[in-house]
Design a protein around this ligand. Structure first.
Ligand SMILES: NC(=O)c1ccc[n+]([C@@H]2O[C@H](COP(=O)([O-])OP(=O)(O)OC[C@H]3O[C@@H](n4cnc5c(N)ncnc54)[C@H](OP(=O)(O)O)[C@@H]3O)[C@@H](O)[C@H]2O)c1
Length: 270
């Protein structure tokens, strides 16, 4: 991995107490970065910091709720006030959702969009003036393969994640001549708590958060726009780019399996 791209850099990683965000933080610390690890639950953040004690005071924690603009602004102000610069912003925090769309309450819609899309918007809004004044910086937004490919019965989630791809890709081209890099990460299944929180089993093909972090940071160091993580997700994305008919066939079979799972209650292995 390109250690020099991350060494001595100031990074913010949201959703860093568990899963992909924790693995990203650990990999960044290993490469010599200072990492502000962000999540809502202080106790889980403290546990994560303790687990990364070997990196000393380069592993820092800050409790914030990305769905609250004031909380995000305080986070950015606090880190910038302390460090005088912010090199990387990893907007990784997110929540899952699944089920029949007609059963989703507006409250559920709002919760998912507030976290998974507005959480990214608030942070981007707060960081852009800082990075533009620096003339450098890299914003890395976590979407999902569900931000490129439809996942039926996860409409709320995909609405937010497609939004994150649109935001990231548009901003990437806008910022390219101005010294700021923007990437969007689109993982397939990653074995994290997100599945348990949604009452689901982790899919058998899920990769580890550590593997997801490696693939992400390699793509970020290459300044890739869209970083698709995991073989399964890459296979689907390749179909989308190079074989539209194959992508349609894949999607039909996948959607049928999901229909059987979510509507007919058939037990499939995922
Ligand atoms: N795992 C997968 O298969 C997969 C696939 C594609 C994309 N992703 C995306 O990858 C990202 C990380 O997911 P993960 O699988 O690592 O999930 P995870 O293990 O459930 O971790 C989620 C993290 O986000 C934090 N978080 C949740 N809501 C927050 C909020 N409002 N403000 C601040 N922090 C918040 C959680 O801590 P608190 O609850 O304490 O705040 C936790 O640290 C998400 O954006 C997810 O959508 C995951």
């Amino acid at each position: 991995m390109k250690k020099e791209y991350y060494e001595n850099r100031v990074c913010i990683v949201t959703g860093a107490s568990t899963g992909i965000g924790f693995a990203l933080s650990k990999a960044l610390l290993e490469m010599g970065a200072t990492v502000y690890m962000v999540a809502r639950t202080k106790a889980k953040l403290a546990e994560a910091q303790e687990a990364l004690g070997v990196y000393g005071d380069r592993a820092r924690i800050h409790a914030a709720d990305v769905s609250d603009n004031e909380s995000v602004r305080q986070l950015i102000d606090n880190v910038f006030g302390r460090e005088g610069r912010i090199d990387f912003l990893f907007n990784n925090a997110g929540i899952g959702s699944g089920g029949l769309t007609e059963h989703a309450s507006l409250k559920a819609w709002k919760r998912v969009i507030d976290t998974d899309l507005w959480g990214v918007i608030y942070a981007v809004h707060a960081i852009l003036p800082i990075m533009l004044a620096q003339g450098s910086g890299h914003i890395v937004n976590t979407s999902s393969i569900g931000g490129l490919f439809p996942l039926p019965y996860q409409t709320l989630y995909c609405t937010a994640k497609y939004g994150v791809v649109g935001l990231s890709e548009t901003l990437r081209h806008e910022m390219l001549p101005r010294g700021i890099a923007v990437s969007v990460v689109c993982p397939g299944a990653v074995a994290s708590e997100i599945f348990h929180k949604g009452g689901q089993k982790t899919p058998a093909h899920a990769i580890s958060p550590e593997q997801a972090a490696i693939e992400t940071l390699e793509g970020v160091a290459r300044k890739e726009g869209i970083i698709v993580v995991g073989d399964d997700a890459r296979h689907r994305y390749d179909l989308l780019l190079h074989d539209p008919e194959g992508a349609e066939q894949y999607q039909k079979a996948y959607s049928q399996k999901r229909y059987e799972t979510f509507v007919l209650g058939v037990k499939h292995d995922w």
